[in-house]
Design a protein around this ligand. Structure first.
Ligand code: ADP
Length: 255
């Protein structure tokens, strides 16, 4: 697809080239995304409607069933909430949007995310270790920085074995900030390692859903990291564990 715009007076010509295949692929990706989101939203909605109907059909008279079904309805509503929040994030982060870089203390963000995950860490008796300078700061959008750490740590928790461990290491040099989140969990088969960054791609759908996963966490992390000009890499071995490394170019604080 080529557009020519000529200007007789100056003799100058502007040529605009479009790659239609690229545009079509992007359109198809949008359509797939919408269809995936609709499909994912339907599961909790069906469940909420089903349990409410069962209650109205008479189950509400049994106090045990009433309690159990109401809890399921609440859980499914939480799931809907997570799906909507992550869907908005993934759409936002994949497109140009305003960011608000500030000085962020790395250790504080990691501690904050670990505190939020504490119940699940304790439930699985996981050991956590953090290694890195206590006072290291980076200039980054705080909400986006939290999203990177929260999603990687959440995965390190939910795909870990009972009594496993999580190591978080971070450092910086002149040019880059580097963060490693390593776990001793179930690992990721080689064939899936490229695909887990795709929206809604999961190695084990059931396990992801059971643990509250939306299938969007790594897509969000990758979008944030790439927009910042960084990269995310993965080393993983089934049954041994996974290690995600994020590298972000450092903006000088006084730049
Ligand atoms: P989810 O909400 O399903 O965790 P993510 O985008 O965060 O979605 O991850 C995509 C998939 O990658 C997960 O469903 C899981 O199969 C796999 N995965 C991600 N992190 C890990 C990990 N630390 N260990 C094992 N598998 C992982």
């Amino acid at each position: 697809y080529v557009i020519w715009i000529g200007d007789k007076e100056s003799g100058q010509v502007v040529v605009v080239l479009y790659d239609l295949a690229l545009i079509r692929a992007a359109e198809q990706m949008q359509l797939d995304f919408v269809s995936n989101v609709s499909h994912e939203l339907k599961t909790p909605i069906t469940s909420i409607a089903g349990f409410a109907e069962t209650l109205l059909g008479g189950a509400k008279d049994d106090p045990k069933a009433l309690d159990q079904f109401l809890h399921i309805i609440l859980q499914e509503a939480d799931r809907l909430n997570d799906l909507v929040t992550d869907t908005i994030s993934v759409a936002k982060f994949a497109n140009p949007h305003p960011i608000h870089p500030q000085s962020v203390t790395v250790r504080k963000e990691i501690d904050h995310c670990l505190t939020m995950l504490k119940p699940r860490i304790e439930e699985r008796s996981l050991q956590t270790r953090i290694e890195g300078p206590e006072d290291l700061t980076v200039v980054f959008d705080p909400a986006e920085f939290e999203d990177i750490i929260k999603n990687l740590l959440t995965n390190a928790v939910i795909y870990n074995h009972h009594q496993g461990s999580i190591d978080v290491r971070y450092s910086s040099d002149q040019d880059n900030f580097k963060l490693v989140v390593a776990d001793t969990g179930i690992g990721i088969p080689e064939d899936d390692q490229q695909r887990i960054f795709e929206r809604f791609y999961r190695v084990d759908k059931m396990r992801s859903r059971r643990n509250g996963g939306t299938g969007l966490g790594l897509a969000i992390v990758q979008a944030i990291v790439q927009r910042a000009g960084g990269e995310i890499t993965l080393h993983s071995q089934v049954g041994v564990g996974s290690s995600f490394t994020v590298t972000l170019p450092l903006k000088k604080q006084n730049a």
